[in-house]
Design a protein around this ligand. Structure first.
Ligand SMILES: Cc1ncc(COP(=O)(O)O)c(C=O)c1O
Length: 469
């Protein structure tokens, strides 16, 4: 047993900051850590998107004695050396743009504050910020004044929560035969959601898409009616605003009319496309989103908000509470609408809204529009440069494009995509390799603000060479 006499106050620098006075050692430690980070960011173009090897500390278990500040900084350097570098202009593979500078600072502050969005008393100003920011987003999307939302760690969790809310409202909580209908191009997080919700393996019903990757409404109607005849009730229809491989947007107006006619919940997975509603120049791309019952929105994917940053917005605030509120018997009552921990699945969670809010404040309306428009312009530029006679190109109105050579079979497409990805990486350009429909494609995500037309010219040149090799 530890006697109280043995407990000494922690006075060393690195464990806890002094609660009595300004701590200059902490300041210089943070200063050094920030310098290291700035060097890593500033050196991005001299390296590649991927590190040459995975540098990793040789032990993960703590030593008997804690490490000094310098040793800790050394450990951080090792991790940084082995990290993916989203700030490299050739980092074009995924929906992971470089972080906004204001967000880097807010993440540091967030860790220092160590507030908890579980309950208001653990995050007085930040709980309010989350509520207000969700309402602001809902307003930008044109959702009704009754709407609200909650932050979640990622789009997958936002989608899962949306379906849980929809099922509750449909009164289908105890119906394992209930289904969710989505397009064949919907994100795989719905497969997970179905499993977690204890639904049957075939509960995610995929509607075919047209040549543009958009859900076929007639097929949706046929499938819906067939399921109905079999007694399979529908929890929700999912529309995607920005599909993962090509950025296609389902017809949101038509789908909302269809769903309200059938009395079915419409969830819009706008993880990728939702933020395009924030700019006047691009908002028409997602028109109709205002009629959704729930929306997933992931500012981490395009706007440069560090991960994770995802919101679930609902048209009726009460729906979140009905699905998730349990009472928090170990907390004081909420001052606002409800505790953060009663608006979603997560309990304790970090104040992800801080970086989201500060990032938006840093960009301003002009900066947001510029980021979104430039991302689309880069996609248009690349699409024009790619030889459509030689490549089967799939894209949509956003900043994603995928392609595979024409005139080859799926095995050859597999080999081409793997070898081309490898040779592009040798030239410090990183693309991803999604399997789409019947074959592998290469995919380019054009949200990286450091990517110039010169980089895209180089990419097209290398892609051209890949066909003659
Ligand atoms: C359309 C779409 N929805 C949801 C998700 C899941 O987001 P997350 O990886 O943040 O869970 C993705 C991820 O790429 C996506 O493309």
């Amino acid at each position: 047993m530890v006697s109280t006499a043995q407990i000494k106050p922690v006075t060393t620098l690195t464990a806890f900051a002094s609660s009595d006075e300004f701590d200059p050692k902490l300041q210089s430690f943070l200063h050094e850590a920030c310098s290291q980070l700035c060097k890593w960011l500033g050196d991005a173009s001299n390296r590649g998107p991927l590190p040459l090897g995975i540098s990793f500390p040789n032990r993960v278990a703590p030593n008997q004695h804690g490490l000094s500040a310098d040793e800790l900084l050394g450990q951080l350097r090792l991790i940084m050396e082995g990290s993916y570098q989203p700030s490299h202009p050739g980092a074009l593979a995924h929906l992971d743009p470089p972080p906004l500078t204001a967000c880097i600072a807010s993440e540091l502050i967030c860790a220092g504050l160590n507030n908890n969005l579980l309950a208001e008393e653990l995050s007085p100003s930040l709980s309010r910020l989350e509520r207000d920011l969700c309402r602001w987003f809902a307003n930008c999307l044109g959702l009704p004044s009754t709407s609200s939302g909650v932050a979640a760690s990622g789009g997958s969790l936002s989608n899962l929560m949306a379906l849980v809310v929809a099922r509750y409202q449909a009164g289908l909580n105890s119906d394992p035969k209930a289904v969710v209908i989505a397009s064949a191009d919907a994100h795989i997080s719905f497969v997970k959601a179905i499993r977690v919700m204890g639904l049957m393996d075939d509960a995610l019903v995929m509607v075919p898409t047209d040549a543009n990757g958009i859900i076929l409404l007639d097929e949706l109607d046929n499938i819906f009616n067939e399921l109905n005849k079999k007694g399979r009730k529908c929890i929700a229809v999912v529309a995607t605003a920005g599909t993962t491989t090509r950025g296609a947007i389902d017809p949101l107006q038509d789908l909302s009319a269809y769903c309200s006619g059938k009395g079915v919940w419409l969830h819009v997975d706008a993880a990728i496309g939702g933020v395009f509603a924030l700019s006047e120049a691009t908002s028409s791309l997602v028109s109709g989103i205002s009629k959704a019952d729930s929306v997933t929105l992931n500012p981490q994917k395009v706007l440069g908000i560090p991960k994770t940053s995802s919101l679930l917005l609902v048209a009726q605030s009460i729906h979140l509470k009905q699905a998730f509120s349990t009472g928090l018997p170990y907390m004081e009552p909420a001052w606002g609408e409800a505790h953060g921990g009663e608006m979603g699945l997560q309990g304790s969670r970090a104040a992800e809204v801080l970086k989201l809010w500060l990032g938006l404040m840093q960009l301003g309306d002009e900066g947001i529009s510029e980021l979104l428009e430039r991302a689309i312009k880069r996609r248009c530029y690349l699409e024009e440069k790619l030889d459509s006679l030689k490549f089967n190109i799939v894209s949509g109105p956003l900043h994603l494009i995928s392609f595979s050579p024409k005139g080859i079979d799926r095995n050859e497409a597999s080999k081409w995509s793997a070898s081309t990805r490898k040779s592009l990486l040798e030239n410090n350009i990183m693309l991803s390799r999604p399997f789409y429909q019947d074959r592998y494609y290469l995919k380019v995500v054009l949200g990286n603000p450091h990517t110039t037309t010169a980089h895209l010219d180089k990419l097209t040149e290398l892609l051209g060479q890949s066909l003659v090799e």
